[in-house]
Design a protein around this ligand. Structure first.
Ligand SMILES: *Cc1c(COP(=O)(O)O)cnc(C)c1O
Length: 390
């Protein structure tokens, strides 16, 4: 078979083939799941020079290389590290690029645990953390300082789904010498490719759509040529490596992510449009809806929408939110998302400093799973009826 350059092919072709070379493993379509700490060297000279591809389990295996290569193809990156959770995929690059005395700008609508890490560990390490408005765009210039080393973006924002003008922010930040990071978990590389929009480091909770079955925790961090050496160095220094079975499961998940995500996308958008017409719903926060304040930006930069969005109930408080959630039969009440099943959660915004928002009522986040749309709608209708009856 001739050598193939999947990077130039369509995204579904990339998902089906990128990352491993069957010829390397006797023709088997999938790479082996390599369980290994020690790697043997043929002789002392090779050992002293570490002159072979694999030298120790923490530094990479054929299994981790297959997933890293697949992510490089999908993200257009130079290198990818694989870490044990999506949260580690956030913390490792922040530790890689920030030092005492640096200033970090983090979007206010960031994933909650990222904020907790910044407010505790980064501050303790002597890094000044400042949150900025997700709608800031090129206005971020006013917040840049001589010591601003990292600008962290996440679009859409966690739970509240604000769309950031990532290209505008990245342009300003890079001209000022800062590294631009993006948590790209919502879109996956199918619907947004951060490095094509000026971002240096793209982060994924592979726990979500790449794994797709609520049974694996994993994170990936992909960097451009400039940032790869430092990211890789931090990865090796921290010893934050993932187990081979989980890495393999995510590579397996990537093969079907295109079809799964397309189903999530269609169902979620159908349900979001329907929800806009339902009594008891004040607003639907889904960037692919024309009513969304970030819709134009989303349309300009993204090529799809995934299966998670929020609704704002028309008035009421925690009692109404709990009545809604407790009436659900299909939706599970649980954190995380990206699996095959629908999930709902009452969103907490108490730690936000800018985007805590003046919402008409409680915010409920919905992950739309692969169930039949009519059943999901009937379930949400049960919740709305219960909330209305409080
Ligand atoms: C879930 C999530 C993470 C963390 O992933 P885990 O694997 O659960 O640690 C990071 N960022 C975003 C945007 C997420 O939704």
């Amino acid at each position: 078979m001739a050598a193939r350059d999947f990077g130039k092919m369509g995204i579904n072709t990339q998902l089906a083939h990128a990352g491993n070379v069957p010829g390397d493993y006797f023709g088997f379509v999938n790479p082996p799941v390599v369980h290994g700490s020690t790697v043997l060297f043929p002789d002392a000279a090779t050992m002293a020079a570490r002159a072979q591809k694999y030298t120790y389990g923490t530094r990479g295996t054929p299994t981790t290389d297959a997933l890293a290569e697949a992510m490089n193809t999908l993200e257009g990156s130079t290198g990818t590290i694989i870490v044990p959770s999506g949260l580690a995929a956030v913390t490792v690059p922040l530790l890689a690029f920030l030092s005492a005395g640096d200033h970090a700008l983090i979007v206010d609508s960031v994933y909650g645990p990222t904020r907790l890490f910044a407010n505790t560990m980064l501050k303790r390490l002597g890094i000044e953390v400042e949150y900025y408005d997700p709608n800031i765009g090129a206005g971020i210039a006013a917040l840049m300082r001589a010591n601003t080393r990292v600008v962290f973006t996440e679009s859409p924002g966690s739970n509240t789904f604000e769309i950031q003008d990532v290209p505008a922010i990245a342009k300003v930040a890079r001209e000022a010498g800062a590294v631009v990071m993006m948590d790209n978990t919502w879109a996956t590389p199918l619907y947004f490719k951060p490095l094509d929009h000026g971002v240096d480091v793209s982060i994924h909770a592979a726990t979500k759509y790449p794994a797709g079955h609520s049974d694996v925790l994993l994170g990936t961090v992909s960097a451009n040529k400039e940032c790869w050496p430092r990211l890789h160095e931090a990865f090796l220094a921290l010893g934050c490596c993932a187990g081979p079975d989980d890495v393999y499961q995510v590579l397996r998940g990537l093969r079907t992510m295109g079809v799964r995500l397309e189903h999530h996308r269609k169902s979620a958008l159908d349900i979001a449009r329907w929800l806009e017409t339902q009594p008891g719903v004040a607003r639907v926060l889904h960037p692919a809806l024309e009513s969304h304040p970030g819709h134009k930006l989303w349309k300009r930069d993204f090529c799809g929408s995934s299966g998670i969005f929020s609704i704002v109930l028309a008035g009421g408080g925690q009692k109404h939110a709990h009545a809604f959630l407790d009436a659900l039969q299909i939706f599970g009440l649980g954190y995380s998302w990206g699996g095959f099943e629908s999930l709902a959660v009452h969103v907490y915004l108490g730690d936000r400093t800018i985007t805590g928002g003046s919402y008409e009522g409680p915010l409920i986040r919905l992950q739309i799973g692969l169930e039949d749309v009519d059943d999901i709608k009937a379930d949400i209708a049960r919740g709305l009826k219960a909330a209305a009856a409080v």
